[in-house]
Ligand binder design. Structure first.
Ligand code: ADP
Ligand code: MG
Length: 609
């Protein structure tokens, strides 16, 4: 047998490396921005066409490259940032692998124009799929401009794998925002198909935050600062009352590099403990400065993961910094904190917020989950009980949902309800649970979980059949969205319409809502729409469930009745009936137990019988 091992041609090796570094247009944006920052730029412009699929262009006013460096920069492992292995331990630049340009040039048609201060003329280089095309002198300003055209033009599989434009754009904006947040001293702008969507003049961090997230963030920010000999923490945290139901707006930067680290997230939550309801997330933009020697950023090619030599100390300092910020801004009540966590800050119980059912004494319930029941079993629950049965069930139409958020007793009492024994027995406990006699004893239903299950199954059917009914709004409402939410709405347009929403795009980042799903109370279109998006994002970040299921869960969660809502007997009965018409009446979509049956024998045993 002859020798078979061969070295891969450079272009192929680069393409393989590109698989790691360049996953999507957003990765290119990130790498080019980081290079511009490393080059000492004070102004950076990003131009995107078709979500980066046809063009990504980054123009900076940094120190530029000489003719030779401009050619060299496309060689793999070509970098000006480290020279020897010792340097790896004191990295102060964003890049250091010398892989990005080579990788990007392997999978695109790339043009680089650059000039240093010393030169009269600049130089322009063109490369396509790692293949050098030309280099010639070009008149240009000091700095570098890189155009990446037709990404993955030579890797059709990758190109086809790209998501829709709104999705890819959302990723680009995410990367852009991270870089912009960590460098408020640099001016940034972003153009999307010739439209300037971000214009961020240089300024202070607080100004940058407000510029990116919106004016209403002004009152929400509390400054955070903690200096120790080894670590410095600074940045802004959101006041507890502005905590959101989604994780989205949480940023950690270590030595100006965006990182994801659940352990540090936990340090922040820990500091907020007792100040925000469970399941809500505070805003934060926190910068940690630490000796590069005591971290390892080399664990992941896209470099958002990081290892700390002494993670526990970092945890402690971050937590202390946040706690301190909460304290100095008088955000956390200092007196008698244990006895009244809720004054001013906590959830509004009158609105039914903050009653976390899962946390209640559910342990005993959970140890004893109900058997799978369906409509048939439900009927069986009543077997042996006196009074009329099926004939009464059919007497009222299922009108419960239409009144779910806006109970109108008159409307309900006008209906003729059965007065059979089966329905007489329903009663409400603390406006939170429904009690009901069944054959084997006493059934308790969690009204919120039950309603969530009912709505979830209904909306899932609508989504699958694309037949959600809508009701027209009397006054169409305009909703201003931030750029990434707008992108999300565009991505989910068809599905959101299937739920029963009727909306149109209005201006740059707004939609006008003309109609909402038919069973949802009037007058809260905006809240519902925003809530749907927020819940969707939260689910998305925490669960990997299909889009339709996520949407159905989100809207069910947001429009289900909450603890604290009084229900009429009729409503309770309708709910019970609908619940046991569900495919899975046992658990809410989120997995919480919906009902529990206290056995007659058990009840008897309370009395020593
Ligand atoms: P790395 O950033 O890891 O060094 P890259 O492939 O991203 O690797 O870039 C290779 C080299 O090209 C850099 O080390 C730098 O010298 C040069 N370079 C890239 N982009 C720019 C830019 N915008 N301005 C000046 N020099 C640049
Ligand atoms: Mg780089």
């Amino acid at each position: 047998m002859s020798d078979v091992i061969r070295l891969l041609p450079d272009s192929l090796a680069n393409q393989i490396a590109a698989g790691e570094v360049v996953q999507r247009p957003a990765s290119v944006v990130k790498e080019l921005l980081e290079n511009s920052i490393d080059a000492g730029s004070t102004s950076i412009t990003v131009i995107i066409k078709e979500a980066g699929k046809t063009l990504i262009k980054v123009i900076d006013n940094g120190h530029g490259m000489t003719e030779t460096d401009a050619r060299m920069s496309f060689e793999r492992h070509a970098t000006s940032k480290i020279r020897a292995s010792e340097d790896l331990f004191k990295i102060n630049t964003m890049g250091f692998r010398g892989e990005a340009l080579a990788s990007i040039a392997a999978v695109s048609q790339l043009e680089l124009v650059t000039k240093t201060k010393e030169r009269e003329l600049g130089t322009a280089v063109a490369i396509e799929g790692s293949e050098f095309k030309k280099q010639e002198p070009e008149a240009t300003n000091e700095g570098t401009s890189i155009s990446v055209k037709n990404l993955f033009f030579n890797v059709p599989a990758r190109r086809n794998f790209l998501k829709s434009n709104p999705v890819e754009m959302k990723h680009i904006i995410e990367e852009f925002q991270r870089v912009a947040l960590s460098h408020p001293e640099i001016e940034f702008s972003l153009f999307q198909n010739d439209l300037e969507t971000f214009n961020l003049p240089k300024g202070k961090l607080s100004q940058r935050i407000v510029r990116i997230f919106g004016k209403n963030y002004k009152e929400q920010l509390a400054a955070c600062e903690e200096d120790t000999p080894h670590i410095k923490v600074h940045g802004y945290i959101g006041k507890p009352e502005f905590a959101k139901k989604t994780r989205g707006e949480q940023y950690f930067f270590v030595n100006k590099r965006f990182i994801k680290n659940n352990y540090l997230n936990h340090a922040v939550y820990n500091a907020y403990e007792g100040l925000i309801p469970d399941g809500s997330y505070p805003f934060y933009v926190l910068f940690i400065e630490i000796d590069p020697k005591s971290i390892d950023i080399n664990v992941h090619p896209t470099k958002t993961e990081i290892k700390f030599e002494d993670e526990r100390t970092v945890y402690g300092i971050v937590r202390a910094a946040v706690k301190q910020a909460l304290g100095t801004h008088n955000l956390s009540p200092s007196i008698d904190f244990d006895h009244d966590v809720n004054f001013n800050l906590g959830p509004d119980r009158s609105k039914g917020e903050g009653l976390n059912l899962q946390d209640r004494d559910y342990a005993q319930f959970k140890n004893n989950p109900a058997d799978k029941a369906n409509k048939e079993n439900w009927e069986k629950l009543f077997e042996g009980l006196e009074g009329p049965k099926d004939s009464d069930v059919g007497n009222f139409s299922l009108t419960f949902e239409s009144a779910a958020n806006q109970i109108d007793p008159k409307e309900l009492s006008s209906k003729e309800f059965s007065s059979g024994d089966k329905y007489k027995a329903a009663f409400q406990i603390h406006n939170t649970y429904i009690g009901k006699q069944v054959k084997s004893g006493m059934m308790f239903i969690d009204q919120q979980a039950a309603h969530e299950r009912i709505l979830f199954e209904k909306y899932l059917t609508h989504l699958e059949n694309r037949n959600g009914a809508s009701q027209q709004s009397l006054f169409p409402q305009t909703i201003d969205l931030n750029i990434s939410d707008f992108a999300l709405v565009m991505e989910l347009k068809e599905e959101i319409e299937s739920l029963g929403f009727v909306f149109e795009i209005f201006g740059k980042n707004s939609v006008v809502i003309h109609g909402v799903p038919a069973d949802i109370a009037h007058g809260n279109e905006k809240e519902l729409f925003d809530g749907l998006l927020e819940q969707f994002k939260e689910n998305k970040s925490e669960l990997s469930i299909p889009t339709k299921e996520n949407l159905a869960r989100s809207i069910a969660k947001r429009s289900a009745i909450k603890p604290g809502n009084a229900l009429s007997v009729e409503e309770m009965n309708t709910m019970i009936d609908q619940l046991f018409g569900c495919e899975n009446p046992n658990y809410s979509p989120g997995g919480q137990l919906i009902y529990y049956i206290l056995d007659l024998y058990k009840i008897a045993s309370f009395f020593g019988k």
